[in-house]
Design a protein around this ligand. Structure first.
Ligand code: F6R
Length: 366
């Protein structure tokens, strides 16, 4: 049942190219030139008149929500708020008619997310679900939605569900932008085409598995880790840190890289590994100076870079080279090495990656 892999988590990490392909099936045409997410088309009148979007979720799904905010704002120019479902539901949130609430949940059973959906529905919002488990409670409680179709996720630490959620959010933003005319034809075609190439690029990333396993052995001593990213890769930093905490029990924190100088930089010393998502995008120069700030304080830098990068190779301690894509799709590529890093560090430490202590696959308590 683990398909020859030692753990479900590793199997699910390696399934991602196929999962993303399945997620896009019937939604992106074969030529890679058009996208249609049927729930968006069916409800376009409601969605195009939205005053704002609020995305509610917990944990890894909340990290996907942050990426969703950037995508919907970029392509559709709607205001988007992202909320922890637990905080949203307990404070009598302000919801007006015309608000659209997107609920993201792999299991479709998370108690706080379900309660947030009920609360928003009672206050008149239109509810859109993004879930994996077909027929689960959250999809049944929503007005419409899109399944991510990545198959059952058994490993407690969420992996393929995250990339599936980000893929659906990308298709959602692009379909809506097309309906709203807030995206040009050229940009639309470029992003759709690039999205259709992501499964092949993910396969290239997975070829790095052995080198990431080797790298992981070096870091089992660490008691702390910092993860940094900017823009679309800021939520990836949060997700990388969460994966490490969950399965290796190493304390890790993710930050938007520019926040370092507002406090966390005080933590940097020779014992502090810092993982920096430093692929080519419009904030590349800024991320180089962030790396220099860490090196000046003798932190150990593990950088995720774009293939062919030479600048960062000269300053970082370790580099993982990744295929190039456009900034808004980078999370689909950069998340994978961080999943593998967490997995291998946990394995080196002898931890049970599929059943980490204190965690359950779906949190049906409040
Ligand atoms: C992290 C993880 C949890 C879940 C969270 C939400 O690896 O598995 O943080 O992401 O409990 O679960 P769902 O998406 O099922 O609502």
């Amino acid at each position: 049942e683990k398909g020859g892999y030692p753990h479900f988590m590793l199997k699910e990490i390696f399934e991602q190219p196929d999962c993303i392909h399945d997620c896009m099936r019937g939604r992106i045409n074969i030529e890679g030139t058009d996208i249609a997410l049927s729930a968006i088309i069916d409800h376009k009148e409601k969605l195009l008149h939205a005053k704002r979007f609020i995305i509610v979720a917990c944990g890894t799904s909340w990290h996907a929500a942050l990426i969703g905010k950037y995508l919907i704002e970029k392509f559709c120019r709607f205001p988007v708020e992202v909320e922890y479902a637990s905080e949203f539901r307990y404070r009598n949130p302000v919801i007006n008619p015309g608000d659209v609430v997107i609920a993201i949940s792999q299991s479709g059973e998370t108690a706080d997310t379900l309660a947030a959906v009920e609360e928003a529905k009672n206050k008149g919002a239109f509810i859109y679900g993004i879930c994996n488990a077909v027929g689960s409670s959250i999809p049944r409680a929503t007005h419409t939605g899109s399944y991510i179709h990545v198959g059952p996720e058994i490993g407690v630490a969420s992996t393929k569900a995250f990339t599936g959620q980000v893929t659906v959010l990308t298709m959602l933003a692009l379909t809506l932008a097309r309906e709203k005319n807030s995206i040009g034809n050229e940009e639309f075609r470029q992003v759709v085409h690039e999205l259709s190439t992501i499964p092949e690029k993910m396969k290239k990333v997975l070829e790095k598995n052995d080198s990431i396993a080797n790298l992981s052995q070096i870091f089992t001593y660490a008691h702390n880790f910092i993860y940094l990213g900017r823009g679309f890769n800021y939520p990836v930093a949060l997700e990388g840190a969460l994966k490490l905490k969950e399965i290796s029990y190493i304390h890790a924190e993710g930050y938007p890289a520019a926040e370092m100088k507002h406090g966390p930089i005080a933590l940097i010393d020779t014992e502090m590994p810092v993982v920096v998502v430093a692929t080519h995008n419009n904030q590349y120069e800024k991320i180089i100076s962030n790396i220099q700030e860490i090196k000046a304080r003798k932190g150990k830098v593990i950088a995720l870079v774009t293939e062919g990068d030479t600048t960062i190779k000269n300053i970082a301690d370790f580099c993982i080279e990744l295929p190039k894509t456009i900034p808004c799709l980078d999370p689909l590529i950069t998340t994978i090495p961080l999943q593998l890093l967490a997995y291998h560090i946990a394995i080196c430490k002898g931890k049970d990656v599929d059943q980490p202590r204190n965690l359950a696959k779906s949190v049906t308590v409040e």
